[in-house]
Design a protein around this ligand. Structure first.
Ligand code: ZN
Length: 379
């Protein structure tokens, strides 16, 4: 991830922080100074913000460590000013596993809040008895602990809003997928996520233009940070809907849909000196002997053959056997996997033992990029 540098690495997962996080800290300091706070209070404000983000990191670890139990590793956890993201390699398609991974984050916030509130309740009587608000020399310890506890409850509530791809939205998608299948479930959950995202953005824009705050059930929803989060949700939902659709297409589509019937084939016994055509770098010519493909001629091999200028050399002496036969019934995703694993450029494609055409890396790439590449899922 560009613009993010590593802070620590815990349980094998790097925690990275995005540079824009620095702006948040500067903003907190700027606000504190403009409110004429003392330097102690300013420092305390920064400490509170950092503590909140510590809670966010713990929330993300909730996702990551639960995912690990289901065999899903996490690339990293990235902290942005608007929150954290645990970049899981993939999200399990098993609805139960997806739900458990999704609620593990908010569950961490619930545990933090319950622990902090319990501690406060345990110690409050002693404060009252001592007739002082001091405890172990910490002034106003209680309010800060309660602030952190409340913020954790807000994080819990906010993340459980069913705005896919936020945690609550993932739970919704998983529940819908039991009945509707993953593709349709993602479409519906994603549309709800996009609607909520647009609403948050609209509420922020409304306040900016008309100067009136928007409230829902006593909660102000027009807010600068929520406006940005709204946009983020909208585009993240759109990307996930596309990624799931493409993945479905790749898994259900077969090589039949991408095979290239326009290809060149010639006898492997052709003399190099008789071959007067040029080949582009990503192209190749199938070579056959007795109607059987025996190799592929690539441009660099042709160049090498010509540079040696041996009059009796034939194409068979320079051909490559770096390919494998692909069947038209193979799924597109399996074909991509083979090309990625082996690094093939061109493979002959057969339909019921009969040569049907060729499949090239270039064509597969074009197929993927024509839609939207599947990418790391974000949680
Ligand atoms: Zn989360």
């Amino acid at each position: 991830m560009k613009g993010a540098f590593q802070l620590v690495r815990v349980a094998g997962i790097p925690v990275r922080i995005h540079w824009s996080f620095g702006i948040l800290i500067l903003w907190v300091v700027y606000t504190a100074i403009s409110f004429d706070l003392s330097w102690q209070a300013t420092l305390m404000s920064v400490a509170i913000v950092l503590t909140i983000f510590l809670c966010v990191v713990l929330h993300e670890y909730g996702h990551a460590l639960t995912a690990k139990r289901f065999g899903v590793s996490t690339k990293d956890i990235i902290l942005y000013p608007i929150g954290g993201i645990a970049r899981l390699d993939f999200i399990p398609e098993n609805p139960r596993q997806e739900i458990l991974i999704a609620i593990a984050g908010p569950a961490v916030n619930l545990v933090i809040a319950v622990v902090l509130l319990s501690i406060t309740m345990l110690f409050t009587p002693y404060w009252v008895d001592l007739g002082s608000r001091q405890f172990w020399g910490l002034d106003y310890a209680q309010p800060i602990v309660i602030i952190i506890a409340k913020i954790n409850l807000i994080l819990l509530a906010f993340n459980m809003v069913p705005a896919f791809p936020m945690d609550g939205g993932r739970v919704l998608r998983a529940l819908l997928s039991i009945r509707l299948g993953r593709v349709r479930a993602t479409s519906y959950a994603g549309m709800i996520g996009q609607a909520i995202g647009l609403f948050l953005f609209g509420a922020g824009a409304f306040e900016l233009i008309f100067g009136k705050a928007v409230f829902i059930g006593g909660v102000q929803v027009s807010d600068f940070v929520l406006t940005i989060i709204g946009l983020f949700i909208y585009f993240a939902a759109r990307r996930e809907i596309r990624a799931v659709r493409l993945k479905h297409l790749l898994e259900t589509g077969t090589v039949t849909e991408v095979v290239d019937h326009d290809f060149n084939i010639m006898s492997a016994n052709t003399f190099v000196r008789d071959f007067d055509r040029e080949l582009s770098a990503d192209n190749g010519i199938l070579l056959e002997i007795d109607d059987k493909i025996v190799g592929i001629l690539f441009s660099e091999l042709l160049k090498e053959a010509r540079s040696k200028s041996q009059p009796e050399a034939r194409l068979v002496d320079y051909m490559s056997d770096f390919y494998q036969n692909i069947d038209t019934s193979l799924s597109i995703s399996a074909a991509i996997h083979i090309f990625n694993q082996k690094g093939y450029r061109i493979c002959p494609v057969y339909d019921k033992q009969k040569l049907s055409g060729i499949l090239s890396r270039k064509r597969l790439l074009a197929f993927i990029s024509g839609k939207d590449a599947p990418r790391a899922r974000e949680q």
